[in-house]
Write a protein that binds this ligand. Sequence first.
Ligand code: SAH
Ligand code: SF4
Length: 336
Amino acid sequence: MINLKALSEEELTGFLLSLDLPAFRVKQLLYWIYEKRALHIQDITELSKALRERLSKIACISNLKLLDRRVSIDGTEKFLFGLEDGEAIEAVLIPDDDRLTLCVSSQIGCAMGCRFCLTGKMGFIRNLQAHEIVDQVIAVQRLIEPRTTTNIVFMGMGEPMNNLDNVSHAFKRMNSLLKISRRRITVSTSGVIPGMKRLAGLTPAVNLAVSLNATTDDVRGYIMPVNRRYPVRTLMRACREYPLEPRRRITFEYILFEGLNDSSGDAERLVRLLRGIPSKINLIPFNPYEGAEFRRPREERVQFFRSLLQSGGITAMVRKSKGLDILAACGQLRGA
Ligand code: SAH
Ligand code: SF4
């Protein structure tokens, strides 16, 4: 069985050609699979019954299985999807003013082992295929109609740079087939520099986010093992050299941990580190979970930290913690 969703546009063209089907069928199929979100080949009523039957014998359309759906009191929704091999992944939908952002997973688990992250605690299970990533968008879209997702962030489970082939195929398809602007797609990394360099050369160009989380190698090395390989100075140099389009910025994620990285010294260092990099900062007060070794700072501390960054000339936003009550907030995904 050939899964039509697992094929790129070029591969689908080749496949139809091998069946002696005319090229216009490609457009038709893509439209039905990605825009009409057909669940089965049988649903593609624009094809003759005979052709549908012929195709169904050799091909199929994969779909994620919805296992669970939870809505937070703040409107955030968490979707648990089952994959064909029985594994499960989470995607989180975050409403914000006029935006509806979908946070997608790129791997099952994660090998990076950040101390504060529940996904990291699972360890690494496997990479997601490109269509398993795109399918998160298609499945959620189908479930939330008539609302539409406006933005995609690769901030769910996994380190996208460790699965960049599939991730890049996925954002390419989101852009060309699901018609999501590349400017509304963001790939987040814990600072895997070779991946960042590769991403810089890929099309379509999408936004980059970097999870910085600390300003010294001591602290960052303690909470993020990746820092031992790519320390803060090296990471900042890679960011400074990252080719940005005019008016584009790198987003830096900075989790605030009480007493660990929330001092005025940290704020000053952060301002210095970001000098010369078109950037903005998302401050994320640590999202606690049972047994966590870190604490979330008080709200006044968070605002104070933010004001120090602002006076240093840096755009800083505090990420309202969305979905805390349903464990859908940043770093709380574990495909349970
Ligand atoms: N692996 C990539 C993409 C996942 S994004 C990356 O790390 O960038 C997950 C984001 O949530 C990261 O910015 C991470 O720093 C943050 N995060 C992880 N655990 C968290 C927690 N418990 N509270 C708040 N933010 C957390
Ligand atoms: Fe992996 Fe990102 Fe979690 Fe670190 S924060 S363990 S890189 S998902």
